[in-house]
Design a protein around this ligand. Sequence first.
Ligand code: AHM
Ligand code: MG
Length: 333
Amino acid sequence: MPYKRITLTHFLLQEQRRLGRSGVFTALMTDILTACKMVSHEVNRGALVGNHGVAGSENVQGEEQKKLDVLANDIFLHMNALGGNYAAMASEELEDVHAVHGTAEGRYLLLFDPLDGSSNIDVNISVGSIFSILRLPEGADASKADAFLQPGVQQVCAGYALYGSSTMLVLTTGSGVHGFTLDRDVGMFFLTHPHMTIPADTKEFAINASRARFWEPPVKRYVDECLAGKEGPRGKDFNMRWVASMVAEVHRILVRGGVFMYPKDVENAKKGGKLRLMYEANPMAFIIEQAGGAATTGTERIMEVQPTDLHQRIAVILGSKNEVELIESYHKG
Ligand code: AHM
Ligand code: MG
C-alpha cells in the first residue's frame, strides 16, 4: 500500500533510534535531499528550458563544463550552506575549498561531484550526483584543503542521486546501503530498496574498452579471460556494459552485481588515473563495501589511501567481491 511507505527522513529517524545515534544524519541529509531534488528537476526539464549544451567555461581539471554542471554545482553550494551543518564544501567544479560563512558552527565537511557523467546530459542518458561527508577535525581550518585530506575510512556518510528513468537516492551511514525513489508528485524520497547487497560472484563487467591499448597487463589479462567465455579459464560467458556514468554503473552493480573498472593505464598514469578520489572513488567505495562488495586501486583498498590533494585522481576497481579480489590478485602476483 503506497501510503504505508516510509520517507527517507523517517528512515533516518528510525535508524537513529535503533542505533542510539544523535539526530545528526537527519540534519546532514536534509539539505542534500533538497539539492538532489532540485538538480533532478533541472535534468528532467532538459532542453525545454535550455539546460543542455556547454557553459563555455572549464573546471579546475581543464574539462569543459556543461550548463548543468554549473547549475548543479550552484544548487549544491547554495542549499547545503543553509542548514549550518557544514563548515566548508569542496566540489569537482571548484578549484578551492568553499568555506561556509554564517552564524552556525558547522562541524562537517561536504564533498561532491554535482553532476557525474555529464557527457551523457545532451543525449538524455542517466547522470547523477555523488557526495561524501567528513567530520571537521578538531582545531582544523575548514577553509583549507588540508582539513579535507582524510582517508575514505573516515567518511561518516556517503551517497549518490541517480537521475535515471526514475530518480533515486542511495546512501550509507555505515550500517548498510539503502535506496529511496523520488515520488515527484509528493516531492519526497521513499524507501524502495532496503539493505542493498552485492552478490560475491558475477558474470558482468564494465570498462571503457576503447582504452584497451593502454591497459596494464593485469587488467588486460582479466578482460581477455572474461571475453574467452565458457571455453576460457573462467569457464563461463561474461556480459559487458559501459554507460560512461559512474553513478549508473555503481547502481547497476548494487542491483544485480558486476564489476566496474576505471584502472590506471599507461596513458592516464601521469595523472594517477581518471576518477577523483575524494568525491567519486571514496563515496562509491564506502557504498560498495557496505553492500558487501570490495573497492581497490588494484593494489590497495581505496578507502585506506591517504589523500594528498583535493582533486587527486585514482584507479578504481569495484563491485562483486570475489571478482575484485581476483583482479587484485592479478595486480599483486
Ligand atoms: P565527470 O565527473 O567529468 O562526468 O567524469 C566522470 C565520468 C564517470 O562517471 C565515468 O565512469 C567516466 O567519467 C567515463 O569516462 P569515459 O568518457 O572515458 O568513458
Ligand atoms: Mg564525476
